[in-house]
Design a protein around this ligand. Sequence first.
Ligand code: FAD
Ligand code: SF4
Length: 586
Amino acid sequence: MTTKLPRKDVVIVGFGWTGAIMAEQLTLEGLDVLALERGLWRNTSTDYAVTNAQDEVRYRYRDELFESLSRETLTFRNTQDQTALPMRMLGSFLPGTGVGGSGVHWNGQTWRFLPSDFQARSHNEERYGGDAIPEDMTIQDWGVTYDELEPHYDTFEKICGIAGKAGNLNGRIQEGGNPFEGPRSSEYPTPPMQMVKAPMVFADAARELGYAPFPGPSANMSQAYTNPLGVQLAPCTYCGFCEKFACGNYSKATASTTILPALARRDNFSLRTGAMVLRVLHDGKQATGVEYVNEEGQVFHQPADMVILAAYITHNVHLMLHSGIGQPYDPATGQGVVGKNYAYQIVSGVSVFYDDLAVNPFIGAGALGQVIDEFNGDNFDHSGLGFIGGGYIAQWQTNGRPIESHPVPDGTPKFGLGWKQAVRDSYNHTIKVGTHGAVMSYRSNYLDLDPTYKDVYGRPLMRMTFDCKPNDIAMSRYITERATEIARAMGGREIKVSQAKVPYDIAPYQTTHNTGGTMMGATPQGSVINRYLQSWDLPNLFLMGAGAFPQNPGYNPTGTVAALAYHSAKAIREQYLRNPGPLVQA
Ligand SMILES: Cc1cc2nc3c(=O)[nH]c(=O)nc-3n(C[C@H](O)[C@H](O)[C@H](O)COP(=O)(O)OP(=O)(O)OC[C@H]3O[C@@H](n4cnc5c(N)ncnc54)[C@H](O)[C@@H]3O)c2cc1C
Ligand code: SF4
């Protein structure tokens, strides 16, 4: 039996970064906003107390903060001629569940995309000619520009207290920052993190080779900070249990530590946990609400005037497909848009082993590092290289956690005395340089509903069909060569190069940077949502998250995910509420 609940002005599905941003912005308009979160309520001070937050077995290996695949998962295959099988263990990506979403256990590397990233097709065609884009590459312009998003990047950075050094202030290049970034209207709200040995060795070598290293923008606090909502954050202790862990120290910007305390004081906001939304209800013209099930198995119909999907890209796409909203993408014809242009990222690394240099890897933080951006996006001339796109090269000192972190040189035995000796020799004497690269979108990489497997609620699982393509492999090999040159200049005894694994393997952790499937764009034929993240099909439905990205640039996504949410919220507040309906005429 389904219980029908009293109507709300706005229902938000999921309470991670984007759910919190939309709730904060829309409650300012006096709207009655309800967020439905499938996972648990958690308190930073008690659930993530520093006495237990650093339990590697509990959090990293028993997945306490991550979504549970026993209730819903996805099926995976590399190519259409394979049979997709259910992902039964989390691996390549680790989406969160519970209040705060994936942002609870993110690193906090908080980027702005390059201006040219937003014009991926027109920019590359203009600079390199139409032939530079292979026929099966389905990249497109976003329908929004860097300049339009700049104020919203700025807002998010101030909400989080991002630590960094501007490289381009109002068009003037700044010493010590990223000279390739788009113009920013203000300096980062807090100074860069204190650098430790490893990133400094990387930065010195990069500088010697003529590059311009800069401190990575960090949502780990370099100093105490009070954000514009009046919420306080404490200085980071460089504990090294950051990525994949929650911060009990109030030193990592998350939805729970930066926005929720302000929302909790607003009477027109409510949050229901243990509320798993199964589908969006609609009459073909408008969303009418959502259907959700609670932990006791009771089913509820929650009517609402506006529905916002903020459930992370994979779940947003699944909800769209399962709710029958929009035309599902068909790779055979190229028609349809829901599920189209799914993309991931491509990473590689080069480890440098030293005899004597001590790096103390246990001192670390999720976004503590030095970066170069010379080979990201279109910051370099791609003529004759045979690929477009790029990525950044960085030395992040994130952790030396005892179970996860045991770098060893090539040729080391896989177990036994030889392995133990190598771990002993290398643990304190290894620096890893990483590359973090773009993945373009392609006709044959997509998301749809699986014909065979169902979740515990009886819904077809979402099926992911994805593999790396020649453009992105060539790009990754190229930037890995550049990273190797820097690694050689870092003066170690030997190096080990770990190339991106091809074909793509969903088992080992890489990044939780999935994109596409509900992409934004200029027309309903070519996108699921318009430039304000509004559904072309149901104008009172808005879709947050990296599903909006038409392809995946070289940076981590959350700065842009948040900027897009603020951009959408502004349009809802200033235009939609006065005149509900499509914000862009098709
Ligand atoms: C280990 C890790 C490290 C990362 N590091 C970085 C980084 O350094 N920099 C960066 O830019 N990004 C990073 N990310 C990515 C970042 O966390 C995400 O981009 C960001 O959290 C996305 O925000 P979101 O609101 O779209 O989704 P989420 O934060 O995932 O929130 C979605 C919420 O929706 C809930 N939900 C899902 N389905 C339903 C449903 N059907 N009903 C009700 N609720 C539902 C989920 O439980 C979750 O709480 C990292 C991610 C991980 C996992
Ligand atoms: S490294 Fe800093 S921000 Fe990250 S969990 Fe530890 S104290 Fe918190």
